[in-house]
Ligand binder design. Structure first.
Ligand code: LLP
Length: 463
């Protein structure tokens, strides 16, 4: 199923499937394992459990709305990525999808590295004890203070994003008496969509230095001359929520041809390439994401082949999956507050959260699934729109989905696949209190990011 993909936020294209959700699923009580995290199941009383704990108990203990993160699944996905890429490659979890100190500890224990893109993410990473040499620092406008902090901490790499930044990082490193390992982020001219990629269009955006027109080659020329920098490789990130590997293959090919140009011009073979993140996950049953081992094989094969053709030693590959690791591992639990049928249209189901805990539907036309989780029901399917409690008609969590017609206030419903870019992009709109993230594992649940309180709101508002 096609859907829109976007490089870093703003929506680039609407490729909404036709006739989506015109037919209800055969049994509304069945949980599609594609969209739910690994330890989610329904018990014999019909109540959904995660890590063996009933959602009804979780709601009583932690309240709603809340994100429940399946730690077992998160760790398994980390291991699957690390195993798929093996010891000759590096997996950097993209912290922008969701970062907390507990997550950093899990990454550390599972042997993953971490990509941060702000001073705040760097602070969380360092505080939670991620070894600095396992951190990559990204961003198109890192401040001097952020760069200084990263260089002082000894981050493994800084990904350079502009001509100004090349000089900025070089000076800071030199002043601190060190040489900073860096990669240069290049824009390869691939706009990745789910089932297509459009060459050239993608240069019109803020990230990276374009291969076309020689900007990237010029950046390499400048970086290579500066004592404060050790240029270790080239970085490319083509987009997000991508299912088709073709865009990555074109990107890899173009990055390798830049490596060959660098070898010809400077007589050096850069030892690393990073192909970014962006691998898609299943938000609905129509999505068919690739497995990490398929992705690893496709990327490794293409890089190896292209390097052989260019007479280059195969560089060390790294990737930066965010969504593909954390996305499927969490669901948001809501309590139904009102049920409002609109004759001939659909039924509006209002929950106790909304666009403040999941902005993705409003921002990207993202599609989600939803299920009644506090009980089963044999009632007829009812075409529903799950909406929040914000003062805005665009406050939609799930645009079109079927829920049982006997749905009533007090029922618990859950939206799966909300681990990525939901808590991370949560806001205080309407002075909503951002929900907690609760990690669940082997029958135990613990808060890893607590719910915001009115005291938090009042503390920021200094009067
Ligand atoms: N590496 C770089 C350099 C990135 O810019 C990104 C995402 C990633 C890795 C991780 O991409 P992932 O594997 O998670 O797709 N807020 C949007 C997504 C923005 C992605 C920004 N960059 C959303 O909710 O869909």
């Amino acid at each position: 199923m096609s859907r829109s993909a976007h490089p870093a936020g703003p929506r680039h294209a609407d490729v909404l499937p036709e006739g989506h959700y015109t037919a209800p699923p055969a049994d509304l009580n069945v949980l599609d394992e594609k969209v739910w995290s690994r330890t989610v199941a329904r018990n014999e009383d019909g109540v959904v459990t995660v890590g063996g704990i009933e959602v009804t108990r979780l709601a009583d203990e932690f309240g709603t709305p809340a994100y429940f993160l399946d730690e077992t699944d998160f760790r398994a996905r980390c291991r699957a990525w690390a195993d798929a890429f093996g010891k000759d490659a590096d997996v950097f979890y993209a912290g922008k999808a969701f970062l907390s100190r507990a997550v950093v500890r899990w990454l550390r224990e599972e042997g993953l590295n971490l990509d941060v893109c702000s001073g705040g993410e760097l602070a969380i990473a360092l505080d939670a004890g991620m070894p600095a040499d396992r951190i990559a620092f990204h961003g198109n406008n890192k401040s001097v203070a952020e760069i200084e902090r990263a260089v002082k901490a000894g981050v493994g790499r800084i990904v350079l994003d502009s001509f100004q930044e090349i000089v900025r990082v070089a000076h800071i490193a030199q002043d601190l008496g060190t040489r900073q390992r860096v990669q240069i982020r290049v824009t390869v001219g691939v706009e990745a969509h789910t089932h297509e990629f459009i060459a050239t269009a993608h240069e019109d955006q803020k990230f990276g230095l374009a291969l076309a027109g020689g900007q990237a080659a010029e950046a390499v020329r400048r970086a290579i001359r500066l004592d404060g920098l050790e240029l270790i490789g080239i970085h490319s990130h083509i987009g997000s929520q991508i299912f088709d590997m073709a865009g990555f293959e074109v990107a890899a090919r173009r990055v390798v041809s830049l490596l060959a140009e660098i070898r010809d011009e400077h007589g050096v073979e850069l030892p690393e390439i990073d192909l970014g993140g962006g691998l898609g996950i299943a938000y609905t049953s129509d999505d068919d994401p690739r497995e990490p081992h398929e992705i690893a094989k496709a990327l490794t094969d293409i890089v190896t082949r292209e390097c052989e053709a260019a007479g280059l030693a195969t560089p060390r590959i790294s990737v930066e999956p965010g969504r593909a690791i954390v996305g499927p591992t969490a669901f948001t639990l809501y309590e139904v507050g009102t049920v409002k049928p609109l004759e001939g249209l659909r039924t509006y189901v209002s929950v106790d959260g909304g666009m403040s805990d999941n902005i993705r539907t409003a921002l990207y036309d993202a599609e989600y699934s939803v299920a009644l989780v506090s009980r089963t029901s044999d009632a007829e399917p009812m075409l529903s729109r799950v909406v929040g409690k914000h003062c805005e008609s665009g406050d939609i969590v799930v645009k079109d989905a079927f829920l049982p017609a006997d749905l009533a206030p007090g029922d618990l419903i859950a939206v799966p696949a909300t681990g990525a870019y939901c808590r991370a992009m949560a806001s205080n709109y309407n002075h909503a209190l951002r929900p907690p993230v609760v990690a669940v594992r082997d029958g135990e649940a613990r808060v890893i990011v607590r719910r915001e309180t009115e005291e938090d709101l009042l503390r920021l508002d200094v009067g």
